[in-house]
Design a protein around this ligand. Sequence first.
Ligand code: GLP
Length: 248
Amino acid sequence: MTLRLVVAENPEELAACASDRIMDAVAGRMAPVLGVATGSSPLGIYAELARRVTFGSNPLARASIFALDEYVGFSADDSRSYAAFVRERVVRPLGIDPARVFVPNGAAVDADAEAARFEAQLISSGGVDVQVVGIGSNGHLGFNEPDSPLNSGTRVVTLSASTRSDNVRYFDAIESVPTQAITQGLATIGRARAIILVAQGEHKARALAAALFGPVSPECPASVLQLHADVTVVIDGPAAQHLPTVWS
Ligand code: GLP
């Protein structure tokens, strides 16, 4: 594993470091493919990327975008869908052609077939140049919950109680949080040529330490990143607090 670790002093530095790495990964690509995560952690990065696109010629304006996951049951026009997040936070600000944006269709009648279709689309795109990922407080990656097979592809998964409760902040009540999602699998994510893991806050500290320095095991899905050749971890001080001292 080549692991670069940046412990940023503030949100601006975090966004700038991650954006620098993304720009490096797409430099010289005529048709770059960017993988995006949802959640609060990468918001500053997307804002910084949009600022860079606005202020110059930028390969990201030509990028295709692939999402990590989507809730089962939500169509793209539902404001709670990840498709809406990607549209509002990434596609519009970066001025990307919506025809080059790929998010699993959570409203598909056959969710398993939709997952297979998405995996095939990803492969035929030539693969992701750089994938942004967050980490769940239980170590999930995308929506690959603990006990996900390390060799998994895009599929329908059942969300854990802890993930539904972490994400209730985006809903009016726990009953409204979907119970299933379509997620890129751990092997799917691992095929990205470069990965940027972003995390902020002490509630991510234990999961990060397990992911980066614990055993590679389905118990901590994000530990699969240890098998990848090009991972950049960009986090804040509170999220770094349980990493070995030599790293933090
Ligand atoms: C959701 C997403 C994950 C994301 C996680 C963390 O569960 N499916 O891909 O990493 O949220 O979100 P946040 O950055 O808001 O903590």
